[in-house]
Design a protein around this ligand. Sequence first.
Ligand code: SAH
Length: 495
Amino acid sequence: MSSPRLPRETRSSGLEPLAVLPVFVTLQGKRAVLAGANGGAAWKVKLLAAAGAQVEVYAPEPTDEMRAAPAEAVAGRIVLHERDWTPADLEGAAFAIAAHEDEGDCAAFVAAARRAGAIVNAIDRPHLCDVSFGAIVNRSPLVVGISTEGAAPVFGQTVRARIEAMLPSGFKAWVGAARDWRAAVSARYHAFAERRAFWERFTDRAFAEPDRAPVQADLDALMAETDAGPRGGSVVLVGAGPGDAELLTLKALRALRSADVILYDDLVAREILDYARREARTMLVGKTGHGPSCRQDDINALMVSLARSGKRVVRLKAGDPLVFGRAGEEIDACREAGIPVSVVPGVTAAQGAAASLGLSLTHRDAARRLQYVTGHDRRGALPEDLNWAALGDSSVTTVIYMPKRTLGALLDRAVAEGLPPATPALAVFNATRPEQVVVQGSAATLAARVAESGVEGPAIVMVGDAVGRGAQALIAEAVHRPEMTAEPIVLAGEG
Ligand code: SAH
């Protein structure tokens, strides 16, 4: 038996290669020049003006839309010169856009603009550009820019629409208030930690009431709360689901976004940690069925001491925290220490697996009951006190968690208790993850097939007549999803 391991801090490696560097250009009151009159010109002129620029447009033959632009400027100013540009026009330009139809005209303008020290863009000519325009979500002063580096504009537009939907329009007022209040907050709180505490409270309030415009009373209340000292710590047990990050609940997402520290298990899919704040500490408190684990007492003590020091702790657990998750002990430890504790449910492995296979666990022609059991007792052996009569009944759908070490013994005993040997059974490995693999068999054959398959990863086993009802859907699915048909999936029909 290996010695228990200690909780350890984990860090994602941080940077990955960036296709482009997103930067935000301040154009308030600055001179911007656009030359030419191609199809994209009018929009770019308005965009530069919206960013507060003094826009000079040079086009001997402007389009009607360009002619109308000066009257439509929402900020900045637009002046249209119905003539060709000259090098003198570029003097003092901070930003320049080439909008000529002709490549040579564009190149000449771009060269002159660079000499004048401007940042340069040429519409539809990426090879001539210093910078490119992305899709924009505008909640000014909150601005989101999206780039696919020209690879997939439609994709970018769809991402933009998603982000639009995620950012309430009221954020405009909240971020505006932050700008207006910044000086007062900095004057009042000299310590970085205090300022940060204020802005965290401010942000929490904005997210809680995005559609209410912030008023002076909010500033006063937030300052009073900040003066009252550190916010008490808390613990939230959060279900991370079986792997697919899209199965996280909105509440889980919110808890991850506001956590100071995240204590997570080995079984939690790593991409789920990407939803945490970048500043959050992440700690692997590894508990797996096999291999070294952290002691439950160490995890409890760590959770309590972090929360006592004022941290918002998320205890992130695979699946649902309340299904074979030892959540009871963690909740008790928090309660005994007087720490506020709450639970955010997650999709348990059985539900994730059933959904991915289109398998009704309570098919009304086949199942009278649904039960979740564990293949392990405290010592890792087959639990003696399972309800063997229920396990011997094929009209019960049984889902076995932690099945691997004891599967053969468990199914043999169930058959001895009356379960027909031909009762359909499935093992689902890595449910809902890209590497999901299904091994199909019967109560009599599944254990041997699982052993033969050599598949690795967390698995659950499902047994019962209802499981057979899903088999057709499963096979169809497997045929249509190449990653599910690779060896060693065993999909032979069972008799
Ligand atoms: N709270 C978790 C269960 C934790 S016990 C839940 O609700 O799902 C750990 C066991 O869960 C594993 O041994 C395995 O049987 C099962 N499990 C967790 N994630 C799984 C996954 N993605 N695929 C298959 N089984 C999984």
